[in-house]
Design a protein around this ligand. Structure first.
Ligand SMILES: O=C(O)c1cccc(C(=O)CC[C@H]2O[C@@H](n3cnc4c(=O)[nH]cnc43)[C@H](O)[C@@H]2O)c1
Length: 212
């Protein structure tokens, strides 16, 4: 299986690469931060070779009660959670507005096997929707609104939907694996445990190398 591994930034790439090991099946590219950069860079990178899988990896915020700091989330679906229109009393998604899709499916069976293998290895892993947002959540009110909008929301990050949209357009299956550096909610950058999340990403990579 020829796998393109994309992360937003280089420290995430270094971590997942350490885990996946020196294996020619895995190739790497940077997405940049956010939807626009990741969609463009994803399309460019995926166009260079016939890949069997796009593995989106990186750190993320975890929703309270769903994904604790240091744990691993395997996306069950990738949801552009703030793509739509704010209403006076809520939110309309792209689907509800009639403008297209705000969700990209993942390679379901592979996601199931990856979650099971991570758990079997004793790692704190769970499956759930991974949200893509344009603005990292910074208040309890936004965290609650997103959790209500996407039942079971496990994590939020900023690149999944852009990368997955490029992959879907090019017919490449997608897996998104995130490790949790911080809680989704009131912004407290000093509380982010980036080192722990990068270590978890490395550990996840060493298990994923056996699954992919
Ligand atoms: O400062 C560092 O050493 C460092 C190392 C690795 C990654 C970073 C980042 O800041 C990556 C930004 C990236 O992280 C995702 N992320 C993480 N937490 C959240 C969140 O609560 N809400 C949204 N996104 C989050 C996101 O995908 C960013 O691209 C720094």
């Amino acid at each position: 299986m020829r796998v393109l591994v994309m992360t937003a930034v280089a420290p995430e790439q270094d971590a997942i690469r350490r885990g996946l090991g020196d294996d020619p099946r895995f190739e790497y590219a940077l997405a940049g931060v956010g939807l626009a950069a990741s969609a463009v860079n994803g399309a460019l990178a995926l166009s260079k070779a016939p890949y069997d899988l796009l593995l989106i990896a990186g750190i993320a915020g975890g929703f309270e009660g769903r994904a604790e700091v240091g744990s691993i989330v395997v996306a069950s679906e990738i949801v552009a959670a703030d793509l739509g229109s704010e209403l006076l009393d809520g939110f309309s998604s792209l689907e509800e507005l009639g403008f297209g899709a705000s969700r990209v499916p993942v390679a379901e069976e592979l996601a199931r096997r990856a979650t099971a293998a991570l758990q079997a290895a004793g790692l704190p892993a769970q499956a759930g929707p991974v949200l893509t947002v344009a603005t990292a959540t910074g208040t309890a009110a936004t965290a609650a609104a997103l959790a209500a909008r996407v039942p079971g929301a496990a994590a939020e990050a900023m690149e999944g939907f852009g990368l997955a949209t490029a992959a879907q357009r090019l017919g490449v299956p997608v897996l998104e694996v995130r490790t949790i550096s911080n809680r989704v909610g009131p912004r407290d950058r000093d509380a982010w445990r980036i080192g722990d999340a990068l270590q978890a990403l490395e550990a996840a990579g060493s298990v994923l190398a056996e699954v992919l």
